[in-house]
Design a protein around this ligand. Structure first.
Ligand code: ADP
Length: 247
């Protein structure tokens, strides 16, 4: 069963062809990664999937729904966390959850959500006083408040220290364990390797390969005729480009 289908997607911004005939499919229940360097087109793809941008060409289905013509239905089943979470400084954690809950017919239990994301003891804290990791955990809670079947996380751990990063990774794994399909946008090879069941490697608006991290490495290992091949080597082999990580 497919959670998300993208076929022949094209999106242009003025002279920039950001997405060029990109296809991918996300299966129900998996953590699917969209991995590529900055500027590859990752955010544009997920914004189109979420119905926040209209593609110039191509077909998108989210659980068989069209994000453009069936936007309100898609909102009920798709949670979105896009890049850095910015909220008013004097908004308290529990207030943010309450406000976002009011957008949904059947919201998650706010108490359970606070416990699940590890912010129960921060419920009264102002947004401005949260650490980077706590802000990201709040943004995960806000993406989950509508009890979505599918959730998109975009660059969730960029800028976090290693410990906060690990906590966020564990949280993403627990989200999947609860039955939610996760679509994860990242430019971190380490994150992709650690979390994703399958990955689409994206270069210049196209999917250059889509497989499990192990299979992507195995294919590159065979082609390169050596062991110890990383995802970075696989990317270089497929695109001829170094994967420049700007963290
Ligand atoms: P990524 O998420 O992989 O960093 P993006 O989807 O943000 O990639 O961007 C893909 C390309 O489209 C880049 O060349 C970027 O500069 C361009 N782009 C993205 N958003 C806009 C926009 N709103 N206007 C013009 N160009 C954009």
């Amino acid at each position: 069963m497919l959670a998300v289908e993208v076929e022949g997607l094209r999106k242009r911004y003025g002279d920039t062809l950001a997405i060029n005939h990109l296809s991918l499919t996300v299966r129900k229940g998996e953590i699917f990664g969209i991995l590529g360097p900055n500027g590859a087109g990752k955010t544009t793809v997920v914004e189109c999937i979420a119905g926040l941008r209209k593609q110039d060409a191509g077909r998108i289905r989210v659980a068989d729904l069209d994000p453009q013509s069936q936007r309100s239905k898609v909102r009920e089943i798709l949670g979105v966390q896009l890049q850095e979470c910015k909220l008013p400084e004097k908004l308290r954690v529990e207030e943010a959850i309450r406000i976002f809950s009011s957008f949904y017919r059947d919201p998650a239990d706010p108490e359970k959500l606070l416990v699940d994301v590890g912010l129960a003891d921060k419920r009264r804290a102002y947004f401005e006083n949260l650490s980077g990791g706590q802000r990201q955990r709040l943004s995960i809670a806000l993406a989950l408040v509508g009890q979505p079947q599918i959730v998109i996380f975009d660059e969730l751990t960029t800028g976090l220290d290693p410990q906060a990063r690990r906590h966020v990774w564990e949280l993403v794994e627990s989200v999947r364990a609860s039955g939610t399909t996760v679509l994860l946008v990242t430019h971190s090879m380490e994150e992709a390797e650690r979390l994703c069941d399958r990955l689409a490697l994206i270069d210049s608006g196209r999917t250059v390969a889509c497989d499990t991290p192990a299979e992507l490495r195995a294919t590159a290992m065979q082609a390169l005729g050596r062991d110890n091949v990383t995802l970075e080597d696989a990317y270089l082999r497929l695109t001829g480009k170094n994967f420049e990580v700007a963290e």
